[in-house]
Design a protein around this ligand. Structure first.
Ligand code: SAM
Length: 299
């Protein structure tokens, strides 16, 4: 109910009054990770940081006071987060006590995650079988499938980042999502070329082909989170960005209204589907509004 009131109010203040109020927050809680993925630029950081519970509490309060009502805990591998006796479930509880409507976590799925108390869980699946392993390491696909199959979470979805190594596996991965009864939906993103990962950037022509394929599968009823309007936007990245809809608190504690890619000037090569979705939302595309409400309201 609170959400039903909050959404139109937020939309009025931002779209009509022109205020920049974040709706969702991304809080990085640890750099620690149990994988060394090709596309990632975090694990190679020299000084690994894990934030303290007290610091995350302050950061949650800050985001809430900014207007944000949805929070995503990010890493490194966020499920590895600990502070003494506390683990990540204490952070989900803390976020709810602070007033957030829902909590989300993105995991590489290498450890069992059926105990996670987030409202939604996103498992990164970068292709089917060997395509995923090529990006994330041997046997990582096998392990995450085992963990997905034993998880009993009502809102478990997968997130694929399409790159020059795995783009041929997009359709198979979407099929995998459709055929696995434990998976609610799949989100499609593209590789953003951070330093030393430029070779994974997918050519624009191939990106357009992949997007057209994803749109045709979506039209056939495949459980794809992206809206068609949002996907079309991601073809050229030549649109006005509304990425302040998410705010970020980085592992250093730095608070920004821009993501790491934007701070590095990568917006025109961005692959995060949310940038297209946010543009379409602000342009009042009904299918994007519907996709957004579906993502947020059924939790
Ligand atoms: C940084 S990871 C951290 C969470 C967790 N360890 C995992 O692997 O899912 C969060 C998400 O960002 C994606 N990601 C990492 N590097 C990326 C890049 N260069 N471009 C686009 N997405 C990227 C990952 O695939 C993952 O879905």
């Amino acid at each position: 109910m609170k959400q039903l009131i909050y959404f139109p109010l937020w939309f009025f203040k931002t779209r009509i009054l022109g205020k920049k109020i974040p709706l969702q927050s991304v809080i990085f809680i640890t750099d620690k990770c149990n994988l060394r993925c090709r596309h990632c630029c975090i694990y190679s950081t020299k000084n690994m940081i894990t934030k303290k519970y007290k610091q995350i509490k302050k950061e949650l309060e800050y985001c809430y006071n900014q207007g944000s009502r949805f929070v995503d805990f990010e890493g490194g591998e966020p499920t590895l987060w600990r502070d003494g006796e506390k683990n990540i479930n204490d952070l989900f509880n803390l976020a709810r006590e602070t007033g957030f409507f829902t909590t989300t976590v993105t995991t590489n799925g290498q450890n069992p995650f059926s105990n996670l108390k987030a409202d939604s869980i996103w498992v990164s699946v970068d292709g089917f079988e060997e395509f995923h392993d090529e990006v994330r390491g041997k046997h990582t696909f096998e392990r995450l499938v085992r963990n997905i199959n034993s998880a009993k979470h009502p809102h478990l979805s997968i997130n694929m980042v399409v790159n020059s190594l795995n783009y041929k596996s997009v359709e198979q991965t979407i099929e995998f999502a459709k055929n696995n009864p434990n998976i609610e939906m799949i989100s499609i993103n593209f590789h953003t070329p951070y330093k030393n990962t430029e070779y994974l950037f997918l050519d624009w022509d191939k990106r357009v082909e992949v997007i057209d394929k994803v749109i045709s599968l979506k039209r056939k009823g495949y459980p794809i989170m992206n809206s068609i309007s949002g996907l079309k936007r991601m073809k050229y990245m030549d649109f006005k960005k509304y990425c302040w809809i998410s705010n970020f608190i980085h592992i250093s504690g730095q608070k920004t209204v821009d993501c790491g890619g934007s701070l590095l000037g990568l917006c025109n090569k961005c692959g995060f589907s949310m940038s297209g979705e946010m543009h379409s939302l602000m342009n009042i595309n009904p299918d994007t509004i519907f996709a957004g409400l579906k993502l947020r309201l059924n939790k």
